[in-house]
Write a protein that binds this ligand. Structure first.
Ligand code: AMP
Length: 589
């Protein structure tokens, strides 16, 4: 491990504007990621920066937080320009900026990219914006037309410079830089540093601070590593299947935020798995208690942030799940080191979203190991496992319990109803498994369909178009939303191509948007959770009225947790109510 990544500062130590620190707290970021810890101080001082970092390292916040902290909100001219190679990235960055700036009064950010309505961009520019995020081509258009003035810029960020180079935008970038004030601050980020990128850096950056998150190679021998490419099915459903189908003693699940630790632990609990959050907001005593319970087996799953899990040494941990991908290879190595303790075998699973494939490659490089893709357990796998566990329970009851009373009961049934014992046993088994059926619900398994069936990718535009349906999302004009935010969020989060997003009508506090009608349920559920302009989308089918925004949700899975199925962890065998009571306490931050 490099020395830099060991130094953990807290956001409170970083001298960010109070409005920004407040958002960080609300979002639940626990500590700055390595790139943030090292980029924020120099950027706050106004220095130039050359950062080697890829998506997933937290680089957006690394530049957005300090630059937003230094804005002059009274001025209505663009002060910060972020150049991105693609419009998806422009939208994503604009949305992140909007979130981080949500307590800055009167703040405006404008995503600017080709294919978007020019008139609307112009109106927004005239109204005044503080941050412009755009692709080089469209920014050039505005410069040529004189509709965008960059003479009062204080800072330019070039994001993914190597991608700009690949896509042939690098000359545009240079030309745009020439339209900006000499004394501006410049930050350039790139996942790799080819010569051409370094040349640009040399020409346009002044004594830049260089930040590179080095990764030392290490080997992790006793741990089997797999990854699942997030696709079609939400991560929660994927995790549930893994919990159901694998031989698990105890598991640690890593997420990025404190809030996510609590939310995910609660969701797992609702699905019948005894789990607790482990995060830096919990008191030392509560954290220790959770760890003790994990050791003793009264708890099987902890959902933790990197910091909270530091130094955790529990031999029972058989599985580490990287629910959210780590920021860097070192934290990956730390995370998976929580399993395979004391010479035991451990299993590490990594969830990789399409945008995060680069991080996967970096991890493989750093660990000098290929990580094998995994297939999620199928309905049949889960049935087999549930049946196997059920049979084990029957066997152990036959061997270890006094069953005389029950044998008599069976005799009585047999005589009174004149049926074979087989039929009676079957009825009893049926009754026992009702709360958690041995045959899992079909519905949960219907959703693995890839998100791009023929209708899905070929749908036309407009509400009347075949294949589209009108949906409602709970973000509107009052929240400052523009169509780009919604397109961006949906395109990125649900992997729906821009072409498949139809008409968007923005109302006072909600928006109607036409989307493919055959959206898989998992994607639908995911889109309910996505945030835009500080609001949860809470996607639902539009029913015409605006008083019942939640119609159209697919039915909730019934909470499980009764005997008859589930996984092998000790706590699962406890009475569910008792397990629940105990772990509820540990959730409290
Ligand atoms: P980026 O590398 O900018 O694409 O960011 C990747 C993801 O990390 C985004 O979803 C951010 O919300 C999240 N993120 C960024 N910084 C932090 C942090 N300090 N703690 C937790 N999550 C973060």
């Amino acid at each position: 491990m490099t020395e830099e990544t060991l130094t953990i500062t807290s956001f409170a130590d970083l001298s960010l504007a109070p409005e920004i620190t407040r958002v960080i707290d609300e979002i639940g970021y626990e500590t700055p990621s390595p790139i943030q810890a090292r980029s924020i101080p120099p950027l706050l001082e106004g220095r130039d920066l050359l950062g080697q970092a890829q998506t997933g390292t937290g680089k957006t916040a690394a530049f957005a937080l300090p630059l937003l902290s230094r804005l002059d909100l009274a001025s209505r001219y663009p002060q910060v320009l972020v150049l991105t190679p693609t419009r998806e990235l422009a939208l994503q960055v604009a949305e992140a900026v909007q979130t981080y700036a949500r307590h800055l009064k009167g703040f405006h950010v404008l995503p600017v990219y080709g294919g978007q309505n020019m008139g609307q961009q112009l109106r927004q520019l005239q109204r005044g914006v503080h941050v412009v995020v755009g692709t080089p081509g469209r920014i050039q258009d505005h410069l040529r037309r004189g509709t965008l003035k960059l003479d009062r810029l204080s800072c330019v960020v070039v994001d993914e410079a190597d991608e700009m180079l690949k896509m042939g935008f690098i000359d545009d970038v240079e030309q745009i830089l020439q339209h900006t004030p000499q004394e501006r601050q410049t930050a350039l980020f790139s996942a790799t540093m080819p010569n051409e990128v370094l040349k640009i850096a040399r020409r346009h950056l002044r004594e830049p601070v260089e930040v590179r998150i080095k990764s030392k190679t290490s080997t992790v021998a006793t741990i089997s590593q797999r990854y699942w490419q997030v696709k079609g099915l939400g991560k929660l459903d994927a995790l549930t299947r893994i919990l159901e189908a694998e031989e698990i003693d105890a598991m640690i699940v890593f997420v990025r935020t404190k809030i996510a630790t609590v939310e995910l632990a609660e969701k797992l609990e609702a699905r019948g798995f005894s789990s607790s959050a482990l995060n830096g907001d919990m008191t030392q005593a509560l954290r220790e208690k959770a760890v003790e319970r994990l050791k003793s087996g009264s708890l099987d799953i902890v959902v933790a942030t990197d910091v909270a899990a530091r130094g955790l040494d529990v031999q029972r941990i058989s599985h580490v799940v990287n629910y959210d991908i780590p920021y860097d290879t070192e934290s990956y190595i730390h995370r998976i080191g929580r399993t395979g303790r004391a010479g035991r075998e451990g299993s590490a699973i990594l969830f990789v979203a399409p945008r995060e494939r680069r991080m996967l490659a970096a991890i493989e490089h750093a660990t000098r190991q290929k990580i094998a893709p995994m297939k999620l357990p199928t309905r049949q796998d889960i049935t087999e496992r549930r049946v196997g566990l059920f049979k084990e329970q029957i066997l152990s009851a036959m061997q270890g319990e006094d069953l005389a009373f029950f044998e008599e009961l069976v005799d009585r049934c047999q005589q009174e109803y004149e049926v074979e014992p087989r039929r009676i046993a079957a009825a009893m088994a049926y009754l026992l498994q009702q709360d958690r059926p041995l045959l899992p619900e079909e519905e949960t398994f219907a959703e693995v369909a890839p998100p791009s069936g023929p209708r899905f990718s070929g749908a036309g535009r407009g509400s009347g178009d075949e294949g589209l349906r009108r949906y409602r999302v709970e973000v509107g004009k009052v929240h400052g939303v523009v169509p780009g935010h919604i397109v961006g969020a949906i395109a990125n989060e649900a992997n729906i191509s821009n072409r498949d997003i139809g008409q968007i009508k923005i109302f006072h506090d909600f928006t109607l948007v036409d989307l493919p009608e055959n959206m898989p349920p998992a994607m639908f559920r995911h889109l309910q959770q996505v945030w835009v302009c500080g609001q949860r989308l809470q996607l639902c089918l539009d029913t015409g009225g605006d008083s019942s925004p939640h119609q159209g949700k697919p039915p909730k899975r019934r909470p499980a947790g009764k005997p008859g199925g589930g996984y092998k962890g000790k706590a699962a065998k406890k009475h569910p109510a008792a397990a629940k009571r105990a772990s509820k306490k540990a959730h409290q931050p």
